[in-house]
Design a protein around this ligand. Structure first.
Ligand code: B12
Length: 215
């Protein structure tokens, strides 16, 4: 019974059907299925599948955006239920994430934030065009162990380096791991600027974040 429901959940994400995803999430609550199982065994499987198909060129950007939106809609239905049951997921780590100042691209960053959140991280998404000082203040406020910064323009990538320098100046560099990404960002850039982690996609970002958080 739940196996079929989980498969339908995964399919709703693959199809990017947010109304189906919401309906299935509500159905799982009515059937008293653990919302953790609905997220982990149902919806995430779909998102992982979409990520893989996108990676090998079988799905495209609009599919990815729709899938991410459907995933967010489903998680929004389940999160109050998680809280109600007092069964909040084990938090693997706290992540502050944003797109650097001067850059308004947010599709990839939001996908990374959604995947991290769906996989057990407490995510504070500051949006786009985020000033370095704002990122640093949030890291301090929530005591984050990871700060993720996205940059999509060759002209704004340098802000990732500036963030690391500013964290050093603020005496906070040892307390927080810096994870960088975005289309023009490469592993060698990440190494050059002294970032702790890099991933070229959202699925890889979860694996790297888990490593950085020691989870
Ligand atoms: C969609 C898009 C836009 C949209 C953005 C809408 C939105 N809400 O995000 C709009 C139309 C607004 C836009 C505007 C501009 N854009 Co634009 N845009 C793109 C485009 C086509 C796709 C980007 C995208 O969303 N990709 C899909 C997502 C899923 O991929 P992603 O962002 O790379 O994210 C993945 C990984 O990089 C990684 N990742 C991303 N962030 C992070 C963060 C962390 C921590 C980690 C670990 C991983 C990670 O995981 C993600 C998921 O797999 C790209 C071309 C391209 N193919 O990249 C151009 C592109 C980035 N844009 C470009 C340009 C020039 C601009 C503009 C300057 C155009 C203009 N003249 O106005 C403006 C910039 C405005 C600004 N100040 O930011 C250029 C940049 C060139 C360069 N060398 O810098 C590109 C490359 C197009 C091109 N070929 O010329 N753009």
């Amino acid at each position: 019974m739940s196996k079929e429901l989980f498969e339908a959940m995964a399919q709703s994400i693959i199809d990017g059907e947010d109304e189906d995803a919401v309906r299935l999430a509500q159905q799982s609550i009515e059937q008293e299925i653990n919302p953790l199982d609905a997220i982990n065994s149902g919806f995430i499987s779909g998102l992982n599948e979409v990520g893989e198909q996108f990676g090998c060129g079988d799905m495209f950007l609009p599919d990815l955006v729709l899938a991410a939106e459907a995933m967010k809609a489903a998680v929004a239905v389940l999160e109050p239920e998680l809280a109600r049951r007092g069964a909040s997921r084990e938090v693997l780590g706290k992540v502050v994430i944003g797109t650097v100042e001067g850059d308004i691209h947010d599709i990839g960053k939001t996908l990374v934030a959604t995947m991290l959140s769906a996989n057990g991280f407490e995510v504070h998404d500051l949006g786009t065009n985020v000033a370095i000082q704002t990122l640093i203040e949030k890291v301090g406020e929530v005591n984050a162990n990871i700060v993720g910064v996205s940059a999509l323009l060759t002209t704004t990538m340098v802000k990732q380096k500036h963030l690391i320098e500013a964290l050093e100046e603020a005496g906070m560099r040892a307390k927080v791991k810096v994870l960088v990404g975005g289309a023009p960002v490469t592993r060698s850039w990440a190494e050059e600027i002294g970032a702790d982690g890099y991933s070229e996609d959202a699925i890889g970002a979860v694996a790297v974040a888990k490593q950085l958080a020691g989870a």
